[in-house]
Design a protein around this ligand. Structure first.
Ligand code: 9MR
Length: 448
């Protein structure tokens, strides 16, 4: 569903603003960062590299309070085989954070893409029949435990401990099915990404994790374990479940809501829902993918907040069909302004991250041919030109007064009371593998 229509009024306003020129009509705005700090919101971006050069450093550090590595800290970019690690990318990002006094979101541990040997199996790099490639359930959990431990341990151990540079961790990414077409509310985890047993095609919306850990028969307990392992490694870490197309109301957001409710109810340490927000304005070639609706987002955020979770906007971009023109740019500006004001009005929405710096290097250009222009800056070479969308964020931050500087809802890092497995059985301790010991059955309300 598209929500921002090209009304005559909007177009006229757009033209008048554009005719005046941004430098005149909206002269010399305060930088994004100054306003973000004043409003108590962390405004960040995805960085494709920690060494973009002086021009990048200047525009990034003038405008953003945080960043997230677009690819550098994904499993496959850190580790090519069990126990084999290359820390160059991670360290570069940590150095960037330290140098400029910025916080970093960590992205990401458990995902069905960019996961090197997890995708390939134990014959990593060697052609084998799929069945021979597969890890056992125990092996999969061991790899998860070792990888999360290695990464968090490396960051903690570096230069005397740099855990404080990581504002939050994407622990599980995109575990709900693409359109949750198999949503079934009677099912414990209806709507989740499944596995087709031996399939190695991870681009088909399937998750290898489900197959390796026999998720469908073990109620997707790999998710419990990922959060528990991360929590064990740092009990102060803010842990995130991150997904896309789950911002408005619908099957997928219901699946994600149900997942979050069940995790919270069972005392699994999860603190934040990451809403990716890969959206479009105008006609789309992707069906409902990227559709969004402001009122529905408000409602959805409210129900997530009511679970006691924080909300981070983690990967916002708003594409439109080429070529760019002033009307589309104005609609995009409105869209950015709208989502910022929604976030500012929701006390538990504390992070607002866009997925990249400049239009020309967005993932959208290759992923959605014919579409583009999704970010806050245009330009080329060493020029970074703020777009109308940028001024939309400025306007929203200037006019929304509801959020006190530094406002924060309380997040308890370690859940109070015992944890429960998906079947409602009390666990002796948080799960870290397939052999979590179950002590006794617990009251029905804990198992809801
Ligand atoms: O922007 C990332 C792109 O450079 C990678 O090629 C791609 C691989 O799937 O991942 C992109 O980032 C994704 C992010 O890690 C998770 N959410 C969706 C993002 C866009 O695909």
């Amino acid at each position: 569903m598209r929500i921002l229509k090209n009304t005559a009024g909007a177009a006229a306003l757009a033209s008048s603003i554009l005719a005046a020129g941004f430098g005149v009509a909206e002269a010399q705005p305060t930088d994004l960062k100054t306003l973000a700090i004043a409003r108590g919101i962390d405004v960040g971006l995805a960085l494709s590299s920690s060494s973009g050069g002086a021009a990048v450093d200047t525009v990034v550090t003038r405008n953003f309070t945080g960043f997230v590595p677009e690819n550098a800290t994904k499993w496959g970019n850190i580790s090519s085989a069990p126990g084999v690690y290359s820390w160059t990318g991670t360290d570069g990002m940590l150095d960037f954070a330290q140098k400029y006094g910025m916080k970093m979101r960590f992205h990401t541990f458990v995902w069905h893409q960019q996961s090197s040997y997890i995708a390939n199996g134990h014959t990593n790099g060697v052609a084998q029949p799929p069945e021979a490639n597969k890890y056992t359930r125990a092996e999969a959990f061991t790899h998860m435990r070792n990888h999360i431990g290695a990464v968090m341990g490396h960051i903690k151990g570096r230069n005397g401990g740099q855990m404080h540079l990581i504002s939050e961790w994407d622990v599980v990414n995109e575990a709900a099915a693409r359109d949750s077409g198999n949503d079934d509310s009677q099912n414990l985890y209806g709507g989740m990404r499944r596995s087709t047993g031996n399939s190695v095609n991870l681009d088909s919306g399937l998750s290898r994790w489900t197959g390796y850990t026999q998720g469908e028969t073990n109620d997707f307990d790999y998710i419990d374990s990922a959060f528990a392992i991360a929590h064990r490694n740092d009990t102060t870490a803010r842990l995130v479940y991150n997904d896309y197309d789950a911002e408005s109301l619908g099957k997928k957001s219901n699946t994600v809501y149900n997942l979050m409710a069940k995790l919270k109810n069972r005392k699994i340490p999860v603190h934040v829902l990451g809403m990716q927000c890969h959206w479009y304005i105008g006609p789309s070639n992707t069906g409902s993918s990227g559709a969004w609706d402001p009122q529905q987002i408000v409602t959805n955020m409210n129900r997530i907040a009511a679970l006691g979770l924080d909300i981070s906007i983690t990967e916002l971009d708003i594409r439109f069909q080429n070529p760019s023109d002033s009307t589309k740019l104005y609609q995009q500006r409105q869209a950015y302004e709208t989502i910022m004001s929604i976030c500012l009005n929701q006390p538990r929405c504390k992070k607002f991250y866009v997925w990249g710096l400049r239009d020309g290097s967005s993932w959208i250009n290759s992923r959605f041919p014919g579409y583009g222009n999704p970010l806050l800056f245009s330009g080329s070479g060493s020029t970074y030109t703020p777009k109308p969308a940028y001024y939309g964020l400025i306007a929203s931050l200037q006019t929304t007064s509801v959020r006190a500087p530094g406002a924060r809802g309380a997040v308890r890092f370690t859940p109070a009371g015992p944890a429960y497995d998906i079947r409602g059985r009390q666990m002796k301790s948080l799960p870290a593998g397939p052999s979590s010991l179950v002590r006794k059955t617990v009251p029905a309300k804990a198992a809801r």
